[in-house]
Design a protein around this ligand. Sequence first.
Ligand code: 4NP
Length: 155
Amino acid sequence: MPVKILMVCLGNICRSPLAEGILASKLPNDKFTVDSAGTGSWHVGRGPDNRSIATAQKNGLNIANQKGRQFERSDFDTFDYVFVMDNSNYRDVIHLAQNETQKQKVQLILDAIFPGENVDVPDPYYGVSNGFDMVYEMLNEACDIIAQNLIAKHP
Ligand code: 4NP
């Protein structure tokens, strides 16, 4: 059984699709699967934001075929690790957890770089035009560490 990792943001069109593509590219795909979801439902069934697709493409990743979906309670059973992009996502996901085991699966993704500092990946949706590059750099750095940790933990 592969180890299952879920990336979560608000819309599942900007940050978590990038995080999914980046982490998947750093893990052997026979041992790990990576998916993403949004806490909101606005973009269910749609592909990622064109700016995320372009940023991924610039960095050699194709995320264009991902489909948006909403986080649901059953994801706590399906996935071993849930990485959220910001503190608001953290609250929304924890609110749906039904026990301590489920809560313990949830971590802020930038804790990999700034442990215990509660740092958010800023939502680039309405932000400045290089916001997507900044998000990519943060996620890439965090995913390097996360991938190393996962590979060490699940040899
Ligand atoms: P994301 O960004 O959470 O990184 O996918 C957003 C995209 C769209 C919306 C919110 C956040 N929205 O409200 O439509």
